[in-house]
Design a protein around this ligand. Structure first.
Ligand code: ADP
Length: 671
């Protein structure tokens, strides 16, 4: 307040009255005060701290720009507003109310952490310094100076939280986790103690990893050497996973899967982190699998050998059964006896068929089967195969026809696989057809030979189309099974078709007959003759017996099985003369005496010299350089043909064989 201006009583040396001088002084004072206030105001407004002045009744009388900006308000929006309800989050209001009360009662300065509520709802964390401003003894207002610590708090809190989280992970993990610093363990979790059966962490700390292992690892290296090598790899690669053997506190050694990870490396400190997992059960299971696999492989080998032997044992007598019944059927006049002989022959052939299927499947399973190419006339082969079913078809009173737009097709194929494919399909067609009949047809489509086996039989329901290719599966299974069979025919057929690079397809409906379509690639250099007339009766396709008009040639048959020795000359009667030798030694003497047109050599001769050795010696003789020596064996395993040809045999035939097979073989080889 400026005092009342006094009346002008006298003048100063400058000629001013004392009142005027007083006025001038006051003016200067006011100017100085103004400058001082502006200065303070500028400081308050521009300081990075928050500044707020509040009346004792809680109303805001001033808020600096820093705080206004942080809260997102304009000055006019805050002046006169209640501080607690407008700018403090609900949960902090009681605390701040209490602080204000203290300030007004005790007139002391206070530090407090209190959150602020921004206009957009965000919460700011602020550390406050509050002071009461007094007018005499009376509280005039509070001033509060605050520092925004939101950023600092959130990063500190984040760090604290994250450390807590990772510590929990470390502690609660089921895997043993250890920290290695400069090759020594410096920390580990509880799971490590449980795994190694240690009571105190301290017993483990500051040990080298190799000290928790047996002295030597299973590969013979010392654990210290090996552990150092593993850590070096982890340092180079960043991490390294490997199997290891550790030792428990009680001395028990057990297998562990270790993951070693490099955390940080500098000149003075290398820190690694390692996770261990007890793999005792896993290793046990793995060993059991290995053992089981070895056992299975061994059993499989035994099975293959057993099958090879069984094949030999069954095939040898089958030569007698099938051969003699064949001859009896032809020779016997009395109708009922003739029929019995044909039954024996049929049963023998069926048995051979089943035996062949089982053997083939075993070969497929063991992946031992490989394609052995030789050049044959495919059409002739199909006709000959169909012919073998002629009699059964006639007995069932159904037709079995063959039609082809190709008269002959010489092509490279695996003869046994090809014959088996046709035989299986025709066999099924005949088996599952009781009325009507079967037509087998051949055609050429680009570079494929297409063979269709179409029957008017019982058909196959659509839902069974996928299943019948699986081994042992049949449309009618279990005790309700109406048709006999092994359920292996189609499995083997499809496999053989694939092996020959072809495809097989089924078209069929329940009760409406079935058509199996096989497409086989025609290999290059095949010779093909086409014909116009297509439909012929199958019986017309009986292979022409060659050589019947020729002068008979003589074959030496070296064999020690008495049935085979008897039956072969009978089968070749009218085609070839047969002389026999009952051992390898006798065979050599006989071939030394005269030059035969061919030699049929049984492999499994029981004398001192087997068929292979005998063949080698005969081949040495000058007269026999160009004479065919044909291997005859009951060991009809895959790969045999190639093996015998390599040894020096001219050709190969497996027991038992039909009369036609044998004659064709000799016709093919004898010049
Ligand atoms: P199977 O020895 O039983 O004949 P396959 O593997 O040759 O074994 O055939 C599997 C099943 O497919 C047969 O049991 C039969 O149910 C069905 N099947 C195969 N060919 C024919 C066909 N031509 N007509 C009807 N069903 C067939």
């Amino acid at each position: 307040m400026i005092d009342e201006i006094p009346s002008d009583k006298g003048l100063t040396s400058e000629g001013n009255s004392p009142i005027q001088e007083q006025l001038e002084e006051n003016k200067i004072l006011i100017e100085e005060l103004k400058i001082e206030r502006d200065f303070s105001n500028t400081i308050i407004q521009t300081t990075p701290a928050f500044f707020v002045a509040i009346k004792p009744d809680g109303k805001v009388i001033m808020m600096n720009e820093t705080m206004l900006n942080a809260l997102g308000y304009k000055e006019e929006e805050v002046i006169g507003k209640d501080y607690l309800t407008n700018f403090i989050p609900i949960k902090d209001r009681a605390k701040l109310g209490h602080t204000f009360k203290n300030l007004s009662q005790h007139h002391q300065h206070t530090f407090v952490g209190c959150n602020l509520l921004a206009k957009n709802g965000n919460i700011l964390m602020v550390e406050w310094h509050g002071s009461p401003i007094l007018n005499g003894d009376e509280l005039d207002y509070f001033i509060c100076l605050g520092i925004d610590i939101t950023k600092r708090m959130s990063s500190e809190e984040f760090l604290r939280e994250s450390e807590k989280k990772y510590r929990e992970l470390f502690e609660k993990s089921d895997d043993a986790i250890l920290i290695i610093e400069n090759d020594k363990f410096v920390d580990c979790n509880d799971a490590t103690l449980r795994m190694l059966k240690y009571k105190n962490k301290e017993d483990l700390l500051y040990t080298h990893p190799s000290e928790l292992s047996p002295e030597f690892q299973p590969n013979g290296k010392s654990s210290f050497e090996k552990a150092t090598e593993m850590m070096d790899i982890a340092i180079q690669k960043g991490n390294h996973r490997f199997e290891w053997y550790h030792k428990k506190a009680d001395g028990k050694v057990f297998p562990v899967e270790v993951l070693l990870t490099t955390v940080s490396i500098d000149e003075n400190k290398k820190i690694l982190h390692t996770v261990w997992r007890d793999i005792t059960e896993k290793v046990k299971a793995r060993n059991e699998i290995i053992e089981a696999r070895e056992k299975a492989e061994e059993a499989n080998k035994l099975k293959s050998n057993f099958l090879a032997n069984m094949s030999h044992e069954l095939r040898t007598p089958m030569v007698g059964i099938i051969g003699f019944s064949n001859i009896l059927e032809e020779e016997i006049e009395q109708p009922d006896l003739k029929e019995y002989a044909s039954f024996i022959n049929e049963a023998g052939n069926k048995l051979m068929n089943s035996l062949n299927l089982i053997l083939n499947l075993t070969k497929i399973e063991t992946e031992k089967i490989s394609v052995e190419y030789s050049k044959i006339d495919l059409i002739h082969n199909i006709k000959r195969t169909i012919y073998t079913f002629d009699k059964i078809a006639a007995q069932k009173n159904i037709y079995l026809k063959f039609k082809s737009e190709i008269e002959s097709l010489e092509n490279e194929t695996d003869e046994r696989m090809f014959t088996q494919i046709i035989a299986n399909l025709v066999n099924n067609a005949v088996k599952y057809t009781d009325e009507g009949g079967i037509i087998v047809s051949c055609s050429k489509d680009d570079s494929y030979l297409v063979i269709e086996v179409k029957d008017t039989g019982i058909g196959i329901p659509k839902n069974m189309h996928n299943l019948i290719w699986e081994e042992f599966r049949q449309v009618s299974e279990g005790t309700a099974r109406i048709y006999e069979g092994t359920g292996l025919g189609l499995t083997v057929t499809r496999n053989f078709v694939h092996k020959l690079g072809g495809k097989i397809k089924l078209e069929s409906e329940d009760g409406k007959g079935s058509t199996f379509i096989v497409r086989l690639p025609i290999r290059q250099k095949s010779i093909l003759y086409t014909v116009k007339n297509e439909t012929q009766k199958s019986s017309d396709n009986t292979p022409k017996i060659k050589g019947a008009e020729k002068g008979l040639k003589t074959v030496l048959y070296v064999e020690d099985d008495i049935y085979a020795l008897e039956v072969i000359p009978l089968l070749l009667k009218g085609h070839y003369n047969v002389e026999s030798a009952t051992s390898g030694e006798q065979g050599i003497i006989k071939t030394g005496d005269r030059v035969y047109d061919a030699v049929l050599m049984d492999i499994n001769l029981h004398g001192q010299m087997d068929g292979t050795k005998t063949c080698e010696i005969i081949k040495e003789m000058d007269d026999y350089k160009n004479i065919p020596i044909i291997a005859v064996t009951a060991y009809a395993m895959v790969g045999d043909r190639e093996k015998y040809l390599q040894i020096g045999f001219t050709d190969y035939i497996s027991k038992p064989f039909s009369k036609d097979d044998l004659i064709n073989l000799l016709d093919r080889n004898v010049k």
